[in-house]
Design a protein. Structure first.
Length: 364
């Protein structure tokens, strides 16, 4: 909350402080009055804290301007970051996220700074920090990997030779798809993958359909699309606040309409599920998952030169640390709200011509 100097003068017109070399005795009296006011202000600050424990009491104009450079998100902005309703937000983050209170005097004094906020932010009385929200999500979301896209070059000796063969085969399958001659198998079964990938990795990759079938039998489901996949906990990068999508939003982003299409994309792209527990049940948001290996392996994600497997199989190949604490995730800039490092993943986004690669059984 801010109480500015104009507000002081309205309440206490006798308090005036002038910067002069010599201070007359009457001005000493006025300074004494200002000191008394500060004592009253401290009492007021305590009242504000007792009513709004997560409200930051800003002491003066300079501090407010400093806070305003960081606290720039209103409640509506926060609602658009995660698939939650206003009521869900109120029952969870609203009571713990720090905020600054913006009154009419603040809007008048900082009209330029507030004018650059979102449409809703310009009129909001509470402003939040993206950094605080990122911390809240890291502390309160349970993030789980169910499927993982593993870059094939992570396990080959000659990366350039592999990618050359892969692109050649990719052109072949694009032609097959366009001619509608046959169903295209997932990359796990491509000849270029079998030619270059290490045998131990290939054995794990070829278990994808068998794993789904085993789960279907154990869970007594009518289809592999209905099984519940086992998960592996992971953690969001510290220097990142992404936008979390619902399955419906994932579908729309890929020019589909059905929620089931979004769920299928989430599974075959190795997206991460983020669960927020509320008093009335769990809420879920989804983001692209970790980038595995080193930067030299990441172009595989762009080419589609990846193999899909369950998280626990990927863990055997790349290790727990790589999946749980990956420094960089394959999240494009369009899905990043705030970032506190210079890393960009746009170059590693899947090509649209690889949309046809879905988890069907090998038809060879």
């Amino acid at each position: 909350m801010i109480i500015n100097s104009n507000y002081f003068l309205k309440l206490f017109p006798y308090i005036q402080i002038r910067r002069v070399n010599k201070m007359p005795s009457d001005e000493k009296i006025l300074l004494s009055g200002a000191a008394e006011f500060m004592i009253e202000y401290e009492k007021k600050a305590d009242e504000i804290r007792s009513k709004y424990p997560n409200c930051i009491v800003v002491r003066g104009l300079q501090d407010f301007q400093t806070y305003l450079s960081e606290y720039r998100m209103c409640g509506q902005d926060v609602l658009e970051i995660f698939p939650w309703s206003k009521n869900s937000f109120i029952r969870t983050a609203h009571g713990v996220l720090p905020f600054i209170f913006v009154n009419r005097s603040a809007r008048e004094l900082f009209s330029k700074e507030l004018g650059s906020l979102s449409v809703y932010g310009k009129r909001a009385s509470k402003l939040y920090s993206a950094r605080d929200l990122a911390t809240y999500f890291r502390d309160n979301l349970k993030s789980t990997l169910h499927t993982v896209l593993v870059p094939v070059s992570l396990f080959v000796n000659d990366i350039e030779a592999f990618r050359y063969d892969f692109i050649e085969e990719k052109h072949y399958w694009l032609g097959e798809k366009n001619s509608k001659k046959r169903i295209v198998p997932i990359t796990n079964h491509w000849a270029s993958v079998a030619k270059h990938i290490a045998p131990n990795v290939l054995a794990e990759a070829l278990e994808w359909e068998n794993d789904l079938e085993d789960l279907k039998q154990k869970q007594q489901k009518s289809s592999v699309t209905r099984v519940t996949l086992p998960g592996l906990e992971t953690f969001l990068p510290e220097k990142l606040l992404p936008r979390f999508l619902s399955p419906k939003e994932v579908a729309k982003r890929n020019d589909c309409a059905a929620t089931t299409s979004g769920q299928a994309i989430i599974q075959r792209r190795g997206w991460v599920r983020h669960e927020l527990t509320t008093p009335y049940g769990a809420l879920y948001g989804y983001t692209p998952g970790p980038l595995l290996g080193q930067s030299k392996h990441w172009p595989d994600y762009h080419l589609g030169a990846t193999v899909i497997m369950l998280a626990h199989r990927a863990e055997k190949l790349v290790g727990t640390q790589a999946l749980k604490h990956a420094r960089h995730w394959n999240i494009p800039q369009e899905l990043i709200i705030r970032q506190w490092d210079s890393f960009k993943a746009d170059a590693f986004q899947p090509l649209t011509d690889m949309e046809f690669l879905h988890p069907l059984k090998n038809q060879q």
